[in-house]
Structure formats: structure tokens, C-alpha cells
Ligand binder design. Structure first.
Ligand code: CP
Ligand code: NVA
Length: 309
């Protein structure tokens, strides 16, 4: 059988997602009870980070250690990858020494090239195109707070970049209605939008997007690698801030999510992100359980303990 990768949300089936979320719930319960399952004993995850990270690194590294395995942090600065060793060669070598590899890459093409040459599963831990691991956490968190997200209305307000793309793909995969409000010039990739058909609708204003929404989501206005555009972006994104007025247009029990890190006073006000509708801390914690379930599946070929697949 060919190696399974997790490069986009379309790499798992609906049944596998059901099992993944069930398993993630079991892992969360186990941790809360102080139990220490060791399903990944002696398994090793390689972690290539071309960009900074707090949540992704910690959730994978701690997640591996908690299940009896280990993780190796590989910065291009300290490996031959940063000195021009071909991605193909690096993939061939690294994948002979670890059980799976997660990559946070500047360029999505690097991730794909690596995966094509890897003997072991490769996981997309954010690229300039998408951030599917974050969506595992977001969908799981929504489910735990409000039940199934299928048929719900989700508003994306802000940059039509990697996180937005993954929300569009998630709308297809998890069957919700997504409305996107991005400033002119910052709309999501047309191909990704078109592939989503009637699952996604682009609107001009943040108010239109949020009207009646069950979930409101945003992201930073200047992503990693866009620091030099920051001043221009601050001007261009004026009017796309999630504040209490805007949240007032959503359903009364609407949730607020943000993948973090957040900039209070820019894409979201402090009263919203620190307020009662915000579930951002549960969302961040969920990275660990959902990725543990994902890594178990990719390394072991099953979701241990799950009854749904
Ligand atoms: N949300 C997220 O991926 O956070 P980090 O950049 O800290 O990993
Ligand atoms: N869009 C952000 C997400 C960070 C998790 C970035 O790419 O920097």
C-alpha cells in the first residue's frame, strides 16, 4: 500500500475523521484522568520548521512524548536542508530514520516534493497554501462545544490566505456553509474557492459575513513572511476587525475562534478574544489531541480504541 500523507484535508475520508475525533476525545479524557497510554512507544516523529511556531511544535512534541514516543526538531538552519541539500535527497534520507515527518514550509511545493520522496507519512504543519492541522483542532473544538458543524454557518473575516483556504476545504469536507469577507486584493485563491462550489460564498463586508453565523473566525492580518507588508495591511484591513458590534450580528450562541497568535486591537478586539464566546484556549489545546490521533493513524494504520472506523 502506498504511504498515506496528510498534506490537505482531503487526505482523510469522512469515516476516518469521525474516528479521529472520537480518538482525540479519548486521548483528552485519558489525559484529564492522568492516564498515560503508550501507543507510540519508541516511535519517532521528525519535525522540520522553516518558520516559527509555538503551538504546532509543542503540540506535536509533547503529544509524541505523552504517548511514549519522541520528536526531533529539525531547523533548516542546523541541517543540510538550509545549506542547499536537495529536498528529494533530504526526504529519502530522513524518511529512513523516523516514522513520520511533519513540515512547516514557506512554500507548499517543498512539502509536496518532500512527500513524493518520503517512505513515511508527511504531515502539513502549515504552508503558504494551507494549515489543515489547525482545522482538525477547530472542528473538534466546535463539536465539543456545540455538536456537529454540518449545516452550520461559519464566517471567515480577514485574509484569504492559508487558514482561509483550509476553512474553504473544511466547508467541503465537513459540510458547513462558509461566508468569506476579505478586503479587495486579499481574496482566497480562485481555484480553491471554485472547487468548493456552493459551500462557500464571498461577500464584501465583514457585517454581511457574520450575519447569523454560528462560528466567527479570523487570523492575523500579516502572516509569517509578510512582516514587511504590515503597515500597508493595517490600512487595507481597516473594517475587517472582529469586535463586539460585529459579534452582535452573529447568532447569540456563536463561538469565536482564532488559530493564534493573535494581535489584540488589530484583527480582533480584546473583549471578543477574551470574552465568553471565545474558545481559543480550548482550540489551542485541541491541537494536541487531534494531532496525536492523526499521528497514531499515520504511524499505526488505525485509531486505537475508536469504534467508528
Ligand atoms: N496556530 C498555530 O499554528 O500556531 P503556531 O504558529 O504557534 O504553531
Ligand atoms: N496565517 C498565519 C497562521 C499562523 C498559525 C501565518 O501563516 O503566519
Amino acid at each position: 500500500m502506498s504511504t498515506r500523507h496528510f498534506l490537505s484535508l482531503f487526505d482523510l475520508t469522512a469515516d476516518e475523521y469521525r474516528a479521529l475525533f472520537e480518538r482525540a476525545g479519548q486521548l483528552q479524557t485519558a489525559r484529564e484522568r492522568g492516564e498515560r497510554p503508550d501507543t507510540l512507544s519508541r516511535r519517532v516523529l521528525g519535525m522540520i520548521f522553516e518558520k516559527a511556531s509555538t503551538r504546532t511544535r509543542l503540540s506535536f512534541e509533547s503529544g509524541m512524548a505523552q504517548l511514549g514516543g519522541s520528536a526531533i526538531f529539525l531547523s533548516p538552519r542546523d541541517t543540510q536542508l538550509g545549506r542547499g541539500e536537495p529536498i528529494e535527497d533530504s526526504a529519502r534520507v530522513m524518511s529512513r530514520m523516523v516514522d513520520a515527518i511533519m513540515i512547516r514550509a514557506n512554500d507548499h511545493g517543498m512539502l509536496e516534493t518532500f512527500a513524493e520522496n518520503s517512505r513515511v507519512p508527511v504531515i502539513n504543519a502549515l504552508t503558504d497554501r494551507s494549515h489543515p492541522c489547525q482545522l482538525l483542532a477547530d472542528i473538534y473544538t466546535y463539536q465539543r462545544h456545540r455538536g456537529s458543524i454540518a449545516g452550520k454557518r461559519v464566517a471567515w473575516v480577514g485574509d484569504g490566505f492559508n487558514m482561509c483556504h483550509s476553512y474553504i476545504n473544511a466547508a467541503r469536507m465537513f459540510d458547513f456553509e462558509l461566508t468569506v469577507a476579505a478586503p479587495c486584493g486579499y481574496e482566497p485563491d480562485t481555484e480553491i474557492v471554485e472547487a468548493a462550489g456552493d459551500r462557500v460564498r464571498l461577500v464584501e463586508t465583514a457585517a454581511e459575513a457574520v450575519q447569523g453565523a454560528d462560528l466567527v473566525v479570523t487570523d492575523v492580518w500579516a502572516s509569517m513572511g509578510q512582516e514587511e507588508e504590515r503597515q500597508r495591511r493595517l490600512r487595507d484591513f481597516h473594517g475587517y476587525q472582529i469586535n463586539a458590534d460585529l459579534m452582535g450580528r452573529a447568532q447569540q450562541d456563536a463561538l469565536f475562534m482564532h488559530c493564534l497568535p493573535a494581535h489584540r486591537g488589530e484583527e480582533v478586539t480584546a473583549d471578543v478574544i477574551d470574552g465568553s464566546q471565545s474558545v481559543v484556549w480550548d482550540e489551542a489545546e485541541a491541537r494536541m489531541y487531534t494531532q496525536q490521533a492523526l499521528v497514531e493513524f499515520l504511524m499505526l494504520g488505525e485509531f486505537p480504541g475508536a469504534t467508528t472506523a
